[in-house]
Design a protein around this ligand. Structure first.
Ligand code: FAD
Length: 348
């Protein structure tokens, strides 16, 4: 890629920030973000990552490469983005415990099986009646902070709040039209609009689905000072003097407001695994929207169908931290050679 290549990134969420960070040394990059403040899905994200994010604790697609890419990114941002290491994945049924035990036998380098009494001894605040997996490679970061630091370290110009409302691909470049009435010309545009995909007819017809999620933030009682990161049917992520509990999974939604009923459900479920949370005060409820490919649960990094210069980086589902750094790291090589992309992430 020529250092003089001009690349636009539309959306300053996790995908856009990782893309900007991966490309800023290779080309001239500019970011367009529709909102003033952080308004992306990660507002509500737990920020959890680990290599066995399936229900049955099977390794995710490209998990080794994905964790390596994430670790490279975390090393690059250093202690400006604190990382919490180690994750306790609590089995929520005997059936799941069987799967977890098998995972521990098959992938002993990733996970350790803790029988109920061992789990109780190591993590007395947590109830794990069916046992749990200890995943040392798992962890959590404040994803909003990661996005902020990546954009800052990239040093790329950010047009904000500026919404891209239309685009045209021409033989020698792409024209982006903004809600300010301006037209900007680039060699490539990477669309990373998250849930904003629904506003653009060319994206709205893609086979994607939006799934709302709610997270609540609790004041952490002193008795939970040593609470680990916990993942069962909900997650509990301690940050400072707060604990974030999430997430709901709501494919049918009519608005983005947090709901009292979902707050109640999250509290009740969290209390099943960590009874002390029932004494905590809810200080906030947040929502976000994940974009998924229902029939193919993998992210997308691809030229749009029939396009060469207009790309889409999306469908990260609930695995943004696992996949955004990996896919972004391919960009410098694949933008001019899309045939090198794994078929699994392409749209055609
Ligand atoms: C409740 C919840 C919990 C989650 N928990 C986790 C977790 O624990 N771990 C994990 O890895 N992932 C988690 N996720 C998933 C993660 O949040 C997403 O995968 C990730 O945020 C997707 O990033 P994105 O950049 O594609 O989209 P977004 O984060 O939505 O960012 C898109 C950005 O594009 C901007 N935009 C949209 N349209 C335009 C336009 N036309 N012009 C300019 N800008 C535009 C938007 O304003 C937004 O800032 C969770 C998601 C939710 C909702």
């Amino acid at each position: 890629m020529q250092p003089s290549s001009r690349i636009a990134i539309v959306g300053a969420g996790l995908a856009g920030a990782c893309a900007a960070f991966a490309l800023h040394r290779h080309a001239h990059v500019e970011v367009f973000e529709a909102t003033e403040a952080a308004d992306q899905a990660f507002r509500a994200a737990g920020g959890l990552f680990h290599p066995l994010m399936t229900r049955r604790a099977r390794p995710n697609w490209q998990h080794d490469a994905a964790l390596e890419a994430l670790e490279r990114l975390l090393a690059a941002v250093g202690d400006r983005v604190p990382v919490r290491r180690g994750l306790l994945r609590v089995a929520f049924s005997e059936k799941q415990a069987q799967d977890f035990r098998e995972a521990a036998r098959t992938y002993p380098h990733f996970v350790q099986w803790l029988a109920p009494e061992e789990a109780k001894e190591r993590f007395p605040q947590v109830q794990a009646p069916y046992g749990a997996l200890w995943i040392p490679q798992g962890g959590a970061v404040s994803a909003a902070r990661l996005i902020e630091v990546l954009l800052e370290q990239s040093g790329v110009p950010i047009h904000r709040p500026v919404r891209v409302v239309d685009w045209k691909e021409e033989p020698d470049g792409v024209r982006l039209h903004t809600d300010r009435g301006a037209v900007h010309r680039f060699d490539y545009a990477i669309l990373a609009p998250g849930y904003g995909y629904q506003a653009h007819p060319e994206l709205a017809r893609l086979p994607f689905q939006a799934v709302k999620g709610q997270v609540i933030c609790l004041q952490r009682p002193p008795s939970l000072d040593t609470l680990p990161l916990v993942l069962a049917n909900v997650h509990l992520a301690p940050y400072g003097d707060q604990v974030f509990v999430g997430s709901t999974y709501e494919p049918a939604f009519t608005d983005l407001a947090p709901s009292e009923a979902q707050t109640r459900w999250l509290l009740d479920e969290a209390a099943r695994w960590v009874p002390e949370v029932s004494r905590s005060t809810v200080v906030a409820a947040l929502t976000g929207v994940r974009v998924i490919r229902p029939h193919r649960p993998l992210p997308v990094l691809s030229p749009l169908p029939g396009r060469r210069r207009l790309w889409l980086f999306s469908a990260l589902g609930s695995r943004g931290l696992l996949y955004a750094p990996l896919l972004a790291s391919w960009l410098p090589e694949v933008l001019e050679r899309p045939e090198r992309l794994p078929e699994a992430v392409r749209l055609d």
